[in-house]
Design a binder for this molecule. Sequence first.
Ligand SMILES: C[S@@+](CC[C@H](N)C(=O)[O-])C[C@H]1O[C@@H](n2cnc3c(N)ncnc32)[C@H](O)[C@@H]1O
Length: 299
Amino acid sequence: MTNGTDDVPRTGGAAAGTPAGSAGALPGTSSVVRRSTDSGETTAANRRWWDWAADSYQAEHGEFLRDVGFVWCPEGLDEADVGLLGDVAGRRVLEIGCGAAQCSRWLVSQGAVVVGVDLSLRQLGHARRLDEATRVCVPVLQADATRLPLRAASCDIVCSAFGALPFVADSAGVMAEVARVLRPGGRFVFSVTHPVRWCFPDDPGPQGLVAVDSYFDRRPYVEADDEGQATYVEHHRTMGDRVRDLVAAGFTVRDVVEPEWPEGHERTWGQWSRLRGRLLPGTAIFVSIKPACHAPSYG
Ligand SMILES: C[S@@+](CC[C@H](N)C(=O)[O-])C[C@H]1O[C@@H](n2cnc3c(N)ncnc32)[C@H](O)[C@@H]1O
């Protein structure tokens, strides 16, 4: 994500802004810029990047995520402890940007009826591998979060742990899709990189403590090849933007959780570290509800 520069050629170290970790830049990447990019370019770049990075992502983070476990963020917040989704037993749950579906697998183990979607076939291949290893199986679909292949009102809960939301040009479109597939009274909970982190270089050390970019600069972070074609994209939304997108899609925001860095937690994940986590929020988790019925509007 943010690197404190515009149009500065750079290679390697890509994608530290999300919990993608240290996979680095797609071969052929030669520059990092902040520039506008549309949904088509974003989706094509990120599908290719995640297919390429999936193996190293799972090798690096699989142990922390656990094969059957719901970890919301690099701070290690565990759904088993916080219950942000409420009671999941018997509920129909959709996870978007599920990766290897560790979260979905935990939900299945708790009695939920789950489906996971992800853009990357390679990530979903890891889901199959973990299904076989754990014997806890999750149905998954390859799909873009902006076009969910589910019927209207077919889910009780939609969740996402750093999946899809940071990677789409049309965040409001995803909110609208989620609102469509949720039943009235359903819940939507998702985690993303805390927007304030976009002011700082993606450095887990002291350099990552000095603000260099404007929080209000919404231009996406784009890695590109020699032809200027995007090889990886992340989109920035401020806290207010996120709330506004949710409200525009008809949600009521119940909570915004900013997990603190826990005592004794020493693991560095990309830009997330103890040093920074004790001073700055690293993750924002939005808890929202689709109202059971809408108040009539007059006039
Ligand atoms: C940081 S990973 C998170 C995966 C999983 N929740 C975890 O914690 O490991 C982000 C995931 O979002 C997926 N993704 C990116 N853009 C997407 C989109 N437009 N629609 C669906 N999934 C997407 C990626 O393929 C990747 O698996």
